[in-house]
Design a protein around this ligand. Sequence first.
Ligand code: TYD
Ligand code: MG
Length: 363
Amino acid sequence: MVLIGGQPGIGKSTLLLQMALSLKAKVLYVSGEESEEQIKMRAERLGLAGANCFILTETNASRVLVLAEELQPDLVVIDSIQTLFVPYIDSMPGSISQVRECAGELQRFAKTSNVPVFIIGHITKDGAIAGPKLLEHIVDAVLQFEGDQNYAYRILRTLKNRFGSTDELGIYEMQAVGLREVSNPSELLLSQKEEELSGSAIGATIEGLRPMLIETQALVSKAVYGTPQRSATGFDLRRLSMLLAVLEKRGGFPMAMNDVFLNIAGGIRVDDPAIDLAIVCALISSLEDVAVPANICFAGEVGLSGEIRAVNRIEQRIQEADRLGFKAIYLSKYNIKGLDTSRYGIRIHALARIEELYTALFV
Ligand code: TYD
Ligand code: MG
């Protein structure tokens, strides 16, 4: 059993319908969300015939399973768990007891028939989920489909996997004809701009197993009304507050009086602590209104006392930056021990503390 979680409208149905229509295997696609007509229109839009895909619009889980036993598919897709119900429980579809019971029925089916079941589950914006959270214990794998609806990029992350690694990750672009795999994410996540602008810095991050160069953008401006505003898109707000406090206290940069807005390009969410250094640079660059020189990127975690800490897989990060034609990469001095820097064309700068950043970059 595989759970695919994600916010409404992010593309879960598209992803699984695309999979169902592309496979040679016999697939039963159960939808309680859309009519057969709507699904057919979507399939036509995707340009896939799917001769072996059976569509069932049914929300009664018991009936779904009777039909599944009859059809004997190689794979079942449920879109979504929140629309299913069992008639012997007296509560609404989507309620905790219905979600739990339907998942239990599906699990019994999966275990006895040995047929894989993919379950779609909606989650809300803040990740608070009545349904899918309680499902995470039942299912064998949990995949999360994320991204910002205003952007085309989507990331499919593995949160749990009973049978393998959780490091794998899929990156897609939502197009008019469905989702397409992005095989070279770095090149897409860097905004192509002509001039150097203040407030932007590029981080050499790793998502799953993939190195990705991602642009971070900051705007630091004098707070006009009372309490300064802080906002972050694609990055943890508490971590931003921490970085601002470190810049203020250890670097002497007057952040407290300013409004601060932070944005990760492409609507992507970044968890990799190595992005800290790029964010700190974007913040300083915006505060001082000087641009970070082009073709430079960063990889380092920033600690509470302003130290720049080593990050994992540094060689992979350097290689990717080198491959994309960056001239220099800034990283922690604790990262270069044992590193053969002559192997790369890119210049490698090692820093110990954030105080060194300003002189290293702008003086
Ligand atoms: P959908 O798969 O319905 O999202 P979910 O099941 O997670 O709620 O996809 C939602 C959006 O994707 C919808 O706003 C339209 C867009 N879309 C495209 O841009 N191209 C396409 O080919 C398809 C099918 C959808
Ligand atoms: Mg859907």
